[in-house]
Design a protein around this ligand. Structure first.
Ligand SMILES: [Zn+2]
Length: 457
């Protein structure tokens, strides 16, 4: 249980609410019992209770950022698997590395990823997990204080899956359901469960079909998988199943409003029809798609069809950051040579990383905007550095745009404070719950353990 704490009043801040009216307010924000109790001009007036006051004059408050595709298990392997095509990247590097993780080293990997995510203002994630030791991810998310859908990656069939990751159909389902029992609703409800068949080529049809059946009974879960990342997948899908990839998932019961598919880079028109008709969501991972040479997902087209989209950094070794600011900037810039400079405007991109992400996860009532009654998941940015340009009334009169400053100019290092459920996770630019130096020491030790298991070093 969270210990009751005094209310917090954030004073004198610019509030970029990302609510339906896209209001930008100047005033205060009151956090009481983990929720936004009041916001705007005069929100802190007349308080008689004990409050912790935070002078936020000159800072900009945005909703906590939401990333709908992450692999915390891969954070230890950042910069150890570069400049490879996806299939080699997975089979030669990432799967053997993941297979060599134990409970303890997976926990360190998750701590690494979470430290970067929290420091950069991400307060909610959807994590794909790895096959074994998933409790370590739940424990790390609990320590970190953020909100997450998490699950174990399911892999019971497929070419070149190492023995260390290959599981049986029955074992995969049993372990997933046992994990869901332990973790769905854990950490005061901040953790929820996602069924995570890794991708269609790593799972038997029987397993995928059973996941579809489980989702009918347990609509509170999400179903998270990779889809349509490379042209190889599209061609292989036709060859094996005489169907396109989304059509194959649909036939197996893996589409729907609780399905979140990472990537969606190469989609045929008939696949877009299925996504639209079933309200299936896509997670856009622009850095990962570029680094692995996969292509550019046509997000403006998906939006024009009314298909819901979230944003995610994917795994640390295919990015190599977990930085929502990098992803926002890139998501905007990528589309402009293809669709013109008015495509993906800054305000819409900030919405992608906040309210849209929340809605993809089914958490639109809980997070994603600064509104009274929602969870106090929020980020305070210092946008007063030279790289943000000139602020003040003249800049505003000339059309200065706070969204442009956030999406095009801000860095993760501009984050000064982060709150999740009203708990401070970053204060004055420093992590509250993690010590980066201590984390580095644990990381070196963990990598040595993994290397010892893999190479006998
Ligand atoms: Zn991924």
């Amino acid at each position: 249980m969270t210990t009751p704490r005094a209310a917090t009043l954030i004073e004198g801040v610019t509030l970029v609410t990302m609510d339906r009216q896209l209001r930008v307010l100047h005033g205060d924000l009151l956090i009481r019992e983990g929720r936004i109790a009041a916001l705007g001009p005069g929100a802190g007036a007349g308080l008689t209770e004990e409050v912790r006051r935070l002078d936020a004059r000159g800072l900009v408050c945005i909703p906590g950022l939401v990333q709908t595709h992450i692999h915390l298990c891969q954070s230890l392997f950042r910069n150890l698997a570069d400049d490879l095509v996806l299939e080699d990247w997975l089979r030669q590097r990432i799967w053997p590395y993941e297979g060599a993780l134990c409970h303890q080293t997976l926990g360190v990997s998750a701590d690494y990823g979470l430290a970067e995510l929290v420091r950069g203002g991400t307060t909610t994630i959807l994590d794909m997990g790895t096959v074994h030791h998933t409790d370590a991810i739940g424990e790390a998310v609990t320590r970190a204080g953020i909100r997450a859908f998490l699950g174990k990656a399911m892999m019971d069939e497929g070419d070149e899956i190492p023995a260390s990751l290959r599981e049986t159909h029955a074992g995969s389902v049993a372990e997933s359901l046992a994990l869901a029992k332990r973790w769905h609703g854990a950490a005061d409800g901040r953790i929820r469960y996602a069924m995570c068949p890794r991708f269609a080529f790593s799972c038997s049809e029987g397993l995928l079909r059973e996941v579809g059946e489980i989702m009918k009974d347990r609509p509170e879960f999400l179903m998270h998988t990779h889809a349509n990342e490379t042209t190889w997948e599209s061609a292989e899908s036709r060859r094996r199943w005489n169907n396109n990839y989304i059509g194959h998932l649909h036939d197996l019961g893996l589409t729907g409003e609780r399905a979140v598919l990472a990537h969606g880079v190469h989609l045929e028109e008939s696949e877009r029809h299925i996504l639209k008709e079933t309200d299936t969501c896509i997670t856009h991972c622009p850095s990962s798609n570029l680094k692995l040479g996969s292509g550019i997902a046509n997000i403006p087209l998906l939006w024009s069809w009314g298909i819901r989209v979230g944003l995610g950094a994917d795994g640390a070794p295919c990015n190599n950051n977990l930085d929502a600011f990098v992803e926002m900037r890139l998501a905007a810039l990528l589309q402009k040579p293809l669709h013109g400079p008015t495509a993906m405007p800054a305000q819409r991109v900030l919405q992608l990383a906040t309210r849209d992400g929340a809605e993809v996860l089914g958490l639109g009532e809980e997070i994603g905007s600064l509104e009274v009654g929602k969870a106090a998941d929020l980020v305070l940015l210092d946008l007063n550095q030279p790289h943000h340009g000139v602020d003040g009334p003249v800049a505003e009169a000339l059309g200065g745009d706070v969204y442009a400053r956030i999406v095009y100019s801000a860095h993760a290092s501009d984050v000064r404070y982060v709150f999740a459920s009203g708990e401070p996770l970053v204060e004055a630019g420093a992590l509250v719950r993690q010590d980066p130096a201590e984390l580095q020491a644990r990381g070196r030790e963990a990598l040595q353990t993994v290397a010892g298991r893999l190479f006998g070093r």
